[in-house]
Design a protein around this ligand. Sequence first.
Ligand code: FEO
Length: 405
Amino acid sequence: MSAVKLTEGIYWVGAVDWNIRHFHGPAYSTHHGVTYNSYLIIDEKVALVDTVFTPFADELIGNISDVIDPARIDYVIANHVEVDHSGALPRLMSIIPNARVFCSLKGVDEFKKHYAPASGWEFHPVKTGQELKLGKRTLSFIEAPMLHWPDSMFTYVKEDGILMSNDAFGQHIATTGRFDDEVNEHELMREAAKYYANILMPFSVLVLRKLKELQDMKIPVNMIAPSHGIIWRKDPGRIIDAYAKWAEGKPVGPAAPGMLVVYETMWGSTEKMAKAILQGAIDEGVDARLYRLFGTDESDIITELLTARALVVGCSTINRGILPTVSSFLDEVRGLKPVRKIGAAFGSYGWNGGAVETIEERLRTAGIELAEPGLGLKWVPTPEELESCRELGRKIARRVRAGQA
Ligand code: FEO
């Protein structure tokens, strides 16, 4: 895909990765691909903001060449060292060895550890509030540590009100349209939520702090140009508002599940329990979703967890513990630190229990409040026992409803 104009003198020159299906190793499924955004700003001086993932270096250089000879780049602004944004930088720097590289102080260290040639680059570490004059335009830097790495920062084009926010406000999606008014809104918001849930959720406190900082700066934001996915030009406030809600575990819009019932089963007993719990939620009029972990993509469930109020987890007992799919899922949940969640555990067992206790401990460790005592049932559940599962579902659903009121 060739260069696309954002406004006079500012161009998207990134790359669309249509075929990538996993990001961060296997952790994050990218059913709809990924886009690496890089921005070229042409003024008396020429600046490039971020590059692209290593295999797309030729595409980046080709897109820059659509607009200007790449050798004319004076400054590279590296908002973030992670390889999806900097992988093409060594190749680019071989063309422009005298270009100055602007990044955060932590970025300098990280670059030198990532790329051997970086020891020869002319780095200019910057802090929040520092500016770089290009001619008519001015770039202003805003440090954003842990959004997504310690080195992360934003670059703000003052005269145009364009916030180049790197990972923040991004989505993993491959599209022919580059702007929010050119793509399906529902798909866009769903991918933005998935991105937040799987990448930024552990840093929600910092997200809220950064949103407040931006608000206090009173800078006009006419466009948000992240380094992944779609550029927010029609309504940049929409994604800012969504981040404020997601950071507090609240849904954006009405169509969000209140309860997730996530389970794994050996011979079907725990599955019967899961379905009875789900029925309890339905009895109470709560939107609930049922997921068996085997064969289900964890990162899709995590997306639902971003805004769901309750997480009810079940597993058959094996060796006094839990099955690997449940263990993996709970590990992921613990690492992502969801906020404002209630939970409960359930599962069947044979001669010894163990799964319910293990799940409860893991939910507590993840910061999830146990709303009801765990429910363990021996062998195959009787109709009466399934009624107790349904009642568990009703009780949790009432807590969900109370929280939604
Ligand atoms: Fe898109 Fe943290 O890299």
